[in-house]
Design a protein around this ligand. Structure first.
Ligand SMILES: [Cu+2]
Length: 534
């Protein structure tokens, strides 16, 4: 849809005059205040009725989506059948109710997220009825923006995006939009960021605010000053943390950043420098002594345990970055075996890392990695996993689902394959040694919300629970998952009654939505219950 945005609209700080903003319309009607942040979604709730709360869909045993289970499924897991997807899911985010929002192209796989997005309900399988295509009426082309669930409301915050100027795509937007999963409704916010951002990162902080880093303002201009968002206070910018090195000209594309155990935000750049950002006040940042080998914006990194990041670097290297101590350290570990540009790294409910997709030459079908691998964080060893049917290169995604399977999907716009499809990976832990489906423990009751340091009660259908873990609901795009993190939880069991200890620190477990998994005595995980922390 070229021509919708006049060239004159491409100006920093320009207000969103062209957007049909439902919030503004409601405000004009006297229904909503124009400046409310904290009450915005509650107001919507009151307006449209309907209760809040979260539910976990699914339940029961995962079907791997194929008639014959291979004999090595208990070692390698399986990829399910190729399932068509109503668009290329360049962006995927797990919603607080267990559904998955995705967007990125039209139904033909052509670059644009201005008109439609999809809500997929995994409990309904992968057929047409499992997808709910919704119109995007915000005016924002969400293509190559950033998305994350806001901890307080559960709404998806959508920052920046794509803009077409004089028929040329890949300019940027400073738009702010929200998707409210409770009403399947997306709305444009009256607010804007301080900068136009295309390819920014979003980080959930310990205090529940969202830090927005990097992206570029136009094809020649980065956006080196972070923005900070919260529902209570709205937006402000952090001029004291401006940095060309950390998330500006030298590292603007989806900068890799994590809330760190020390309360600051750790940034690992592609050129090797590492930083701690202090997002308080006007913001500040400081370089750390740690220098990494050269990385790439299209090589994955994943926080697989509190303060520990498995990072792929160029030339088939891998390091563990440990940010638990006073000074960050990096240790070289065995690599996945080849460069996997545009591959994904997903932490599983058992703490292992699932790596799939990618190729040896960026977005070229040369050295395509169809075979997935699993990394054991205890032994640091890689094992061969199942083989996918589709190449997953540029604009592909992977996302852990509440039933402990992994959605692998997308790729294209542009690329050698236009993947309007997904393959669901079922890990080995869901199979018995004879490769039949394992019997899963069931969480029969657990709270829907908790807080740091709490002891929570849960019940299961079996005794002998061997492990309890917590995995943050993910939000993935462009080889990065902004929000995934994993932790083991301490617990005691009395029969089928569990008492589970919630992490004490929001630096280790930032607020938001988590998947709670329990494992039976055979190491088989349950379907997760989604719990709100904070
Ligand atoms: Cu992109």
């Amino acid at each position: 849809m070229t021509g919708q945005f006049a060239p004159a609209s491409f100006l920093p700080f320009k207000k969103k005059a062209l957007h049909t903003c439902s919030a503004l319309l409601l405000a004009a009607l006297g229904v909503l205040p124009t400046t409310s942040h904290a009450g915005f979604f509650d107001d919507l709730a009151n307006l449209f009725g309907g209760g809040g709360g979260t539910t976990t869909p699914g339940g029961g045993t995962t079907a791997p989506g194929q008639a014959v289970i291979p004999a090595d499924a208990y070692l390698k897991g399986t990829f399910g059948a190729v399932a068509s997807w109503p668009l290329i899911p360049i962006h995927v985010v797990l919603l607080p109710d267990g559904r998955v929002m995705s967007y990125g192209t039209d139904a033909q796989g052509v670059q644009t997220a201005q008109f439609n997005y999809d809500i997929w309900d995994p409990s309904k399988g992968t057929g047409t009825a499992s997808h709910l295509m919704l119109p995007n009426t915000t005016g924002t082309d969400l293509f190559c923006n950033a998305q994350i669930v806001v901890p307080s409301s559960g709404a998806v915050l959508l920052t920046g995006g794509d803009r077409t100027i004089n028929g040329v795509r890949n300019y940027s937007a400073d738009d702010v939009d929200f998707f409210d999963y409770r009403y399947n409704a997306m709305s444009a916010s009256p607010d804007r960021m301080s900068a136009l951002r295309w390819y920014p990162s979003v980080v959930t902080l310990a205090n529940g605010k969202i830090l927005v880093l990097g992206g570029r303002a136009d094809p020649n201009t980065p956006a080196p000053t972070p923005d900070l968002y919260s529902e209570a206070e709205g937006w402000r910018t952090l001029p004291g943390a401006t940095s060309d090195d950390a998330y500006g000209i030298r590292n603007w594309s989806y900068p890799r950043a994590w809330q760190a155990p020390n309360g600051k935000v750790f940034v690992a750049t592609i050129w090797g420098g590492t930083y701690y950002v202090d997002p308080t006040g006007a913001g500040s940042l400081a370089a750390t002594p740690l220098k990494l080998t050269e990385g790439d914006v299209y090589l994955p990194s994943v926080m697989y345990a509190p303060g520990k990041i498995l990072a792929f670097r160029k030339l088939n290297k891998a390091v563990i970055i440990d940010i638990n101590g006073a000074t960050p350290t990096a240790t070289t570990v065995k690599s996945v075996g080849q460069d996997r540009y545009h591959g994904s790294a997903t932490v599983l409910p058992n703490g292992q890392v699932f790596v799939n997709g990618g190729s040896m030459v960026t977005n070229v079908a040369n050295g395509v990695a169809y075979q997935a691998k699993l990394w054991n964080p205890t032994t640091k060893a890689w094992t061969v996993a199942a083989t996918a049917k589709k190449m997953r290169l540029y604009h592909s995604v992977s996302l852990l689902l509440p039933d402990a399977t992994v959605l692998t999907a997308g790729g294209g716009a542009p690329g050698p394959a236009t993947n309007l499809n997904a393959e669901i990976y079922t890990p080995p832990y869901l199979y018995k040694a004879d490769s039949s489906l394992a019997v899963r423990p069931v969480i029969q009751s657990a709270p829907t919300a908790t807080t740091w340091g709490a002891s929570i009660a849960a019940t299961t259908d079996v005794t002998g629970i061997s492990r309890v873990t917590l995995v943050k609901t993910g939000s993935a795009t462009h080889t990065v998952d902004f929000d995934q993190r994993f932790m083991d939880l301490g617990f005691t069991a009395a029969g089928t009654n569990l008492t589970i200890r919630v992490p004490a620190s929001a630096n280790v477990a930032p607020p938001g939505y988590y998947m709670l998994f329990v494992f039976n005595s055979a190491g088989v995980p349950s379907v997760a219950k989604i719990i709100k922390l904070g």
